[in-house]
Design a protein around this ligand. Structure first.
Ligand code: ADP
Ligand code: MG
Length: 250
């Protein structure tokens, strides 16, 4: 079953006379199956962030449609979209987006508190995730007291706390060293396999991308190529490098 359909999405910024120049997305079609783990790659300026902004409802396409769980998110009212996002979607940002005045535990709990879950359930769920991510010892520390890798674990935990069926990640390992990158990618990969969350991740890092099942390469706002993993990560990594050398990386 398809959980996400990106149907002929066009995004033109500042539609002046010379519209060609501002065509950030030029008719993107991508279908994503429930439980898939898809990477989006492409050179700088190819439209990756624009596409994620359309998918998350931060911005609207100029034309075309985005359907998530059988609902068109383009036509939703602001309130309906906010609720839909809270119920169905988790976000992982490159720069973590943690609140410095809250402890790590509180940062993870935010989505549940917004959903008015009872405090005992919040406590249990946050504890469960912190244990899973091996950061329970850090529960009462603040973001400025922990490492980048630990902050990213908190950001991932927060994205997962409400059991989203869809996870969007924008360069989730962009600020991390290789050990933390492995760590985070293993966590995201396990969540995809065990909880069956569908993951869509934008990355320019072939190593992070090699954890995906499928990579869609975009350039100049168009889908240029797609490759699927045979299950061997090293093989997939090599093929990603090959395609990148043809299409152009970051
Ligand atoms: N808010 C904006 N206003 C005008 N042009 C934009 C805006 N955001 C992005 N663009 C343009 O759209 C194209 C795609 O950008 P972006 O989606 O950020 O690419 P990527 O994330 O792949 O680097 C680029 O040419 C960029 O300059
Ligand atoms: Mg970008």
């Amino acid at each position: 079953m398809e959980i996400i359909k990106i149907d002929n999405v066009v995004k033109v910024y500042n539609a002046y006379k010379d519209a060609k120049e501002a065509m950030a997305l030029d008719g993107i079609n991508i279908n994503i199956k429930d439980g898939d783990f898809v990477g989006i790659m492409g050179p700088s300026g190819s439209g990756k962030t624009t596409l994620l902004n359309m998918l998350s409802g931060v911005d609207k396409p100029t034309s075309g449609e985005i359907i998530i769980k059988d609902q068109s998110i383009n036509d939703m009212s602001k309130d309906k979209l906010a609720l839909f996002r809270r119920k169905n979607i988790g976000y992982i940002f490159q720069d973590f987006n943690l609140l410095d005045s809250l402890t790590l535990k509180e940062n993870i709990a935010i989505p549940l508190i917004l959903d008015k879950l009872n405090p005992n359930d919040v406590e249990n769920r946050v504890k469960e995730l912190m244990k899973l991510f091996d950061i329970y010892d850090l529960a009462n520390k603040y973001p400025y007291n922990v490492s980048g890798g630990q902050k990213q674990k908190v950001a991932v935990a927060r994205a997962l706390v409400n059991n989203p069926s869809v996870i969007f990640a924008d360069e989730p390992t962009g600020n991390l060293d290789s050990k933390s990158t492995s760590n985070i990618m293993n966590i995201i990969s396990n969540i995809n396999k065990e909880i069956k969350s569908t993951v869509l991740m934008v990355t320019h890092d072939p190593f992070a991308a090699s954890f995906c099942n499928r990579i869609v390469f975009i350039k100049d706002g168009k889908v240029k190529m797609e490759i699927a993993s045979s299950g061997n990560r090293k093989d997939f990594f090599d093929r990603i490098l090959e395609v990148q050398s043809v299409i152009g990386g970051e």
